[in-house]
Design a protein around this ligand. Structure first.
Ligand SMILES: Nc1nc2c(ncn2[C@@H]2O[C@H](COP(=O)(O)OP(=O)(O)OP(=O)(O)O)[C@@H](O)[C@H]2O)c(=O)[nH]1
Length: 506
């Protein structure tokens, strides 16, 4: 028992347990990168193979010997396959059956001689493992891969090379052991085992250290690459990016200085909210709107303001990353687009779509407040004749002039729009029928008095107007229809007049 407890074999197997734990940790922390998982598997195969040889000798059972041998060579092979995978190469799985098949010559020899010879098997294992370890050394030295891993690879290769040499020497010592007096020996009595555990295992620990170094170096390189990518991204992005801790700026990219016009020192420890106009409790908002863009008015060093989009996202170390984008160009474009979409292209007054939208609002507000409203449709008389006798461009000029005459006279709160062709609509807020009639008459007479300068003379025209007082629950279309009826009546009555709808809306 004492011999077992102090046996170097026991020490060796326990070193393998520790190695398996280390490789397991390497695998866990480097997932999903390949390599350490196979190293762990290799050691897990080596361990039972080694335990089977506990006590320094193989048993007389053939099955026991073969099982122990194949477990150990498979473990060595899987470990080397792990190195191939770590270096990003395809896994040479053929190595496992090839290593196991090396037991065949020994089995054949045993079948001839009869008695199993453990020292010869140990020697065979030593020679085969020397080959496998030499392959690991070659792979680490020669296989292409990330140049930045070169020094760590050389270190690991050196140790695997030395381990391969050690296996060779161990193998020869096993054969020497075999020449000596027969019979099972304890670990202390076997030269090969003494050599393996005194030289081989320290070298194995160095190999393990080499593999750990390689993995750590890969972590470091990955972190460095990610930091370099982040830095590059920060430098080329068109947005200001800041790191914020407790609502205060810790770091920012060059665009931050460019956007706000301050030097780098100004931003250090500055509350993020100071970059914006209304300094609401931004810190609270940061928590609530994680990753949601917020519209803010940002303030430059010269006091100038610009529309900014602020997006803040929490990082896992308790800090926030904030992206500040100058969106003033986009905002003014949006404004221009909105304006274009709601305006009539020829006259510049509101178009029918925008009128319908806004008129609905005015109607519902007036209903709530009990205010009076009037709606009128204005139609230039005999407009076809203008087109026919002076041409379409002059017709366009007349439409523009009519719009200008009307716009000059209506209030800002009134809605004036071109409905299409030579037809216009006017919604008068807070206006009773009398006031509306007076205004419409003023418009009508202004237009008939207007003289439009055209090539070869002046153009004069009249307008007919149909008006209705909005005094019920009917929808907008219904009021437009009634105003249209009044307009028709005005046209029928000889044009150039304002006709008030006299019937009931119902
Ligand atoms: N120049 C120009 N003409 C237009 C435009 N849109 C419609 N028109 C013309 O306006 C004319 C409208 O003619 P009608 O609907 O017969 O009306 P009208 O000649 O004014 O007759 P009444 O309304 O009965 O007085 C048509 O000749 C259309 O081609 C435009 O944008 N520019």
């Amino acid at each position: 028992m004492n011999a077992l407890l102090f046996s170097p074999v026991f020490l060796g197997t326990n070193i393998l347990v520790a190695s398996a734990i280390i490789c397991l940790a390497l695998w866990y922390y480097s997932r999903p990168h390949p390599g350490p998982g196979l190293w762990t598997l290799g050691i897990l195969l080596l361990m039972p193979g080694q335990y089977l040889t506990l006590g320094g000798t193989y048993s007389a059972s053939l099955l026991y010997n073969v099982l122990s041998y194949t477990l150990q060579v498979s473990g060595e092979a899987v470990l080397v396959i792990g190195i191939f995978r770590f270096l990003g190469r395809p896994a040479p799985w053929w190595l496992v059956p090839a290593a196991c098949l090396t037991a065949l010559p020994w089995l054949l020899w045993q079948s001839q001689v009869g008695l199993p010879d453990s020292e010869v098997l140990i020697a065979l294992y030593a020679f085969v493992s020397a080959l496998i370890r030499a392959l690991a050394c070659w792979a680490l030295l020669r296989l292409p891969g990330d140049r930045r891993l070169r020094s760590a690879r050389r270190f690991a290769a050196l140790n695997f090379g030395l381990l391969a040499l050690c296996s060779l020497v161990g193998g020869f010592l096993s054969l020497l052991d075999d020449q000596q007096d027969g019979g099972p020996r304890q670990g202390f009595e076997s030269m090969s085992e003494m050599f393996t555990y005194n030289v081989g295992y320290p070298l194995w620990i160095l190999c393990l250290f080499g593999l750990t170094l390689l993995t750590l170096r890969r972590f470091l390189l990955a972190a460095q690459s990610s930091a370099a990518r982040f830095e590059r991204l920060m430098n080329i992005t068109s947005a200001a990016v800041v790191i914020v801790r407790n609502g205060r700026i810790v770091d920012g990219n060059p665009m931050l200085r460019q956007l706000f016009g301050h030097d780098r020192a100004y931003f250090h420890d500055l509350p993020l909210a100071h970059l914006f106009k209304a300094e609401q409790d931004l810190e609270q908002q940061l928590g609530r709107f994680d990753g949601v863009p917020l519209d803010r008015l940002a303030v430059r060093s010269d006091g100038g303001q610009f529309d900014a989009e602020l997006t803040v996202a929490a990082l896992d170390d308790g800090t926030h990353v904030a992206e500040i984008r100058d969106v003033s160009g986009r905002k003014s474009l949006e404004k221009a687009l909105r304006r274009t979409a709601s305006r009539d292209a020829l006259t510049g007054v509101m178009n029918r779509g925008a009128f319908n939208e806004q008129a609905q609002l005015v109607l519902s507000q007036a209903k709530r407040n009990g205010r009076s409203l009037c709606l009128a449709i204005l139609d230039i008389d005999h407009f076809k004749r203008i087109n026919d006798s002076h041409g379409h461009p002059i017709g366009d000029l007349a439409l523009k002039a009519f719009s200008a005459v009307c716009e000059r006279q209506v209030r800002r709160s009134d809605l004036f729009a071109r409905f299409g062709g030579e037809e216009f609509v006017l919604l008068l807020s807070d206006t009773d029928a009398q006031q509306a009639f007076a205004l419409l008459e003023r418009l009508r007479t202004s237009w008939s008095a207007h003289r439009l300068d055209i090539p070869g003379g002046q153009l004069q025209s009249t307008v007919s107007i149909g008006m209705v007082r909005i005094d019920g629950e009917a929808a907008l279309d219904a009021w437009i229809n009634l105003a249209d009826q009044a307009l028709y009546a005005a046209k029928q009555a000889g044009r150039d007049r304002t006709q008030v709808y006299s019937g009931s809306a119902a």
